[in-house]
Design a binder for this molecule. Sequence first.
Ligand code: ATP
Length: 283
Amino acid sequence: MEVQACAKLNLTLDVLGKRPDGYHDLRMIMQSIDLSDRLTLEENGGAGLRVRTNLHFLPNNEKNLAAQAALRYWEARGLPSRGLNITIDKHIPVCAGMAGGSSDAAAVLRALNAVEREPLSPVRLAEVGERVGSDVPYCVLGGTALAEGRGEILTPLPPLPQCWVALCKPEFSISTPALFARIDSVRLRCRPDTQGALAALEAGDLAGVARRMYNVFEDALPDHRRTRVNDVKNLLIQSGALGASMSGTGPTVFGLFDSEECARQARERLLDLGGEVFLARTV
Ligand code: ATP
């Protein structure tokens, strides 16, 4: 079976506070895009769970989130593990704030459940996904959604009007645990207008959503990283983006465009800035 695993973007990301259990309460509007990995699942006649990817540094064993999803799926169904080869053709950049691994995991859950003729409801499938990672429930659902709690409390939203997305993953990586640690000590200069963005989604107002986008983790970046992120945002806005923001804990920065031509021009200009550059559409 072949399945597609879409990347996600955070249209908004707010951190509401730290909880007694050490996790943070989040409030985020999530959006799927067609930048995606392709997964092939094949039964291998009981030869165990094997993962192969085109990126040599990703785990090829049960540490891979796609394999973990298969194990959690069989566990939830009370079934023994089966022989399965999972081949992942990665296109979503790794450690980029676009939930690539979580999306692969969600794709495996959806595929196994489809082969078995949907014995688990979408809600149950999302619960199984939560045991693999906090972003997996959203990736099972996809589309436009509000994610709260650690990201597992989901409310489907009216779809973002279709648009073009230009993205740039700058050449550095950001440690997610380090950024969560910093967010408690920095003074947040700006918060996303989540309520306003939700109202704009209800009204089908793309520009209204785009101009309210913001990610509080931008304030927690070390100065030189924040400068780089701001350079990309400025370039996107100058190229005609309706709004621009960082996704997740970064470093990917994206802009939303209602014009394909402007999005393509933005992509060309981003190439001069360096890093990995993509053009995508919302799903
Ligand atoms: P998020 O937006 O959910 O924080 P991310 O984009 O920052 O995710 P991922 O690309 O999902 O990060 O990968 C995070 C880690 O998961 C990496 O250390 C990677 O080695 C590991 N990993 C395990 N399985 C996969 C997979 N199938 N694809 C990508 N990374 C994987």
